[in-house]
Design a protein around this ligand. Structure first.
Ligand SMILES: [Ca+2]
Length: 322
């Protein structure tokens, strides 16, 4: 049976690919897509999500916009990695539909409550602001959610700062709420996602799919490659967000270990650090997990397989019903 997920994202090149993977893989039932400020401003990332949905022919899934800034801290964007639009590189179609008239936090809560307990997985691939607000607004969702599989954090190191990964670093207080809520949390962090490199071989396999959405992904990766080479010295770019979706599809592709994880919010140099205790076996009942090992070949097979299944959607802005 397909895993029901809510994707909470800030597209974002790798968010866009996560959305395509979630839509195209038969192991996922996409219940809703929500957006949060992060890689770019909320209006920009929301428009990007709608454009990606339009080009991939995603219908019947509600999209909602959420928090436009972190809980406490000033908003920050990642223009050095994602450009001025948040999705620089490919040409984007005009969105063929709009967000629903509901705040993302309410859509997350309503969607979780509308399904059987233990059946909905939250997949945040941006700052954890919306998820933290949902857990505070409706604490009863914490025990109803199957688990939270998030892209963010790291066992070792960071990217926004030496100690902290971007999604956690821009809203550490939200991350502290989410990691400490008591639900099961899988941290798909940099230790894992820096293995998900879009090598020339991967790029060739994606181009070989030969469809519009596959060309779109290749153009995203082209831009991403230049950003990551300039900003962080990578030869091939790490494609973070789809790794969280891949873990939901097949946990053997993204292998995890249970480990206590807490978020540093007060550190002078380390705010947003995800302090992960791997010193010994995790205590009984540990509900946080860290992703450590990626099966690179099978991960990219999932992405190319999803693109092949998406095919060539015929919907365009003019054809699509409102
Ligand atoms: Ca993201």
């Amino acid at each position: 049976m397909a895993e029901k997920i809510i994707l909470d994202c800030d597209p974002g090149h790798d968010d866009a690919i996560a959305l395509l993977l979630a839509h195209g893989d038969p192991g996922i039932e996409l219940l809703a897509v929500t957006t949060v400020a992060g890689n770019q401003t909320l209006p920009k990332v929301t428009r990007n999500a709608l454009s990606v949905a339009t080009l991939a022919g995603i219908t019947g899934v509600p999209f909602a916009a959420g928090a436009d800034r972190p809980l406490l801290r000033a908003a920050a964007v990642a223009a050095d990695i994602h450009g001025d639009t948040g999705l620089d590189g490919p040409e984007l179609p005009e969105p063929a539909f709009d967000v629903v008239d509901t705040h993302a936090v309410d859509l997350i809560i309503d969607t979780v409550l509308a399904h059987e307990p233990g059946t909905v997985t939250l997949v945040p691939t941006g700052a954890l602001t919306n998820i933290a607000l949902a857990a505070r607004r409706a604490p009863e969702i914490v025990e109803r959610v199957r688990r939270v599989v998030l892209m963010g954090g790291a066992v070792h190191g960071g990217n926004l700062t030496p100690a902290a990964e971007f999604n956690i670093a821009i809203d550490p207080e939200a991350a502290e709420i989410v990691f400490g809520a008591g639900w099961e949390v899988v941290m798909v962090g940099l230790d894992l996602t820096h293995q998900a490199l879009a090598t020339p071989e991967v790029r060739r396999a994606i181009r070989a799919v030969g469809t519009g959405p596959a060309r779109f992904v290749d153009e995203l990766l082209e831009f991403f490659e230049h950003s990551y080479r300039a900003a962080q010295g990578f030869d091939a770019p790490p494609v973070h967000d789809p790794c969280a979706v891949a873990h939901v599809i097949d946990p053997t592709v993204v292998r995890t270990v249970p480990a206590p994880i807490v978020v540093e919010t007060a550190g002078r140099y380390t705010a947003g650090m995800t302090v992960t205790d791997l010193r010994g076996p995790a205590p009984q009942g540990c509900r946080t997990h860290a992703a450590l090992e990626l099966d690179h070949g099978r991960f990219w097979d999932l992405v190319t397989g999803a693109l092949a299944r998406i095919g060539e959607p015929s919907l365009t802005a003019s054809e699509r019903p409102a």
